[in-house]
Design a protein around this ligand. Structure first.
Ligand SMILES: [Mn+2]
Length: 326
């Protein structure tokens, strides 16, 4: 495999140029990022399926961190041991430090990346980047269309997974008209959107419901209901039988309560309490966490408080009150 490393920056490709590049080649391995989400896996598997429809050999990198909900839909595409690709691509992967576990052999072999992160590091000679696309799946769909592929229900469902998950089922602020029209075209092509919406956005494990119940029981409100602080101990987690997969995005739970602008989840760690803060309505989560040496974004931030759970809850509630000028 001969790969030309560019020292400057990646050459930017259009959708049509990307399609032409793919059409002329074969034996692809598609990587996505570590801790892969629906966009990473849906984009990778969708592109692999599209390339297979052209009679090509295409696999996705067998990322060891694929979570249970995505095992079935990615299984047909995982590269078998010993697969020797001629061309290595990435999708939805902004930087080298996001490459999946065990993939270091491929780091310098990526020829083309397809991405929607404005922060994309130029790590590959060729790049198809749309920084304002809500998901990588939308871009992969454009490539699929440019390749003249008619999505069948399976391919449409894979891309629907990508497009819907990165927009929080079309609820988040990154959702554009194109996100919705893409989803519409995928549904017309047979994407199983009712089932997928249920599995991806509604269904929860019993352990997850138990964790949510524990959090609800442990939530204390202050500042007239604008601040909500919940705690979750190691023992409670164990009693719920929860795994990390059950805790996906659990930090946003208390912030969903009406009137709350600052929602905090405190989790017990060996020598401290770990706070995840979610904010809305002008409250700055990052500024609150900076008081404790942490940080993040305005809407979501984290920090560690050197105290056990109950004490930490009081400490961060007082700090949040100060942030609110109370
Ligand atoms: Mn993405």
């Amino acid at each position: 495999m001969e790969i030309r490393r560019m020292t400057d920056s990646s050459r930017r490709l259009s959708v049509e140029e990307t399609a032409a590049w793919l059409r002329e080649r074969d034996r692809f391995l598609i990587l996505s990022h570590k801790r892969p989400d629906g966009d990473a896996l849906g984009s990778a598997a969708g592109l692999a399926e599209g390339l297979r429809k052209l009679g090509k050999t295409a696999y996705i990198y067998p990322n060891p961190e694929i979570t249970p909900r995505y095992v079935a839909c990615t299984a047909p595409y995982l590269a078998p041991e010993g697969f020797q690709p001629e061309h290595v691509l990435t999708v939805d992967t902004a930087a080298r430090n996001m490459f999946p576990k065990g993939s270091s052999d491929y780091e310098d072999k990526v020829e083309l990346s397809i991405d929607h992160h404005g922060s994309h590091e130029d790590y590959s000679p060729l790049l198809l980047l749309e920084g304002d696309s809500a998901s990588c799946g939308e871009i992969v769909y454009l490539v699929i269309k440019a390749l003249g592929i008619e999505p069948d229900p399976n391919l449409a469902s894979l891309l629907y997974i990508a497009v819907s998950t990165d927009t929080g089922c079309f609820r988040q602020a990154n959702t554009t008209a194109r996100s919705l029209t893409t989803a519409g075209e995928l549904v017309r092509a047979g994407a199983d959107h009712v089932h997928l919406n249920r599995v991806l956005f509604e269904m929860k494990t019993r352990a997850r419901l138990a964790v949510e119940t524990a959090i609800a029981r442990n939530t204390r409100y202050s500042c007239g209901g604008r601040v909500a602080v919940a705690t979750l101990s190691e023992q409670e987690l164990k009693d719920c039988g929860a795994t990390e997969d059950d805790l996906d995005n659990i930090s946003s739970l208390v912030q969903q309560v009406e009137g709350v602008v600052c929602g905090v989840l405190l989790r017990e760690k060996p020598d401290c309490s770990k706070a995840s803060v979610r904010a809305s309505g002008g409250f700055n989560a990052s500024r609150l966490c900076a008081r404790f040496g942490g940080g993040g974004h305005v809407g979501a931030a984290g920090c560690e408080i050197k105290a056990e759970l109950t004490a930490a809850a009081g400490i961060i509630a007082r700090a949040a009150a100060e942030e609110l000028g109370e």
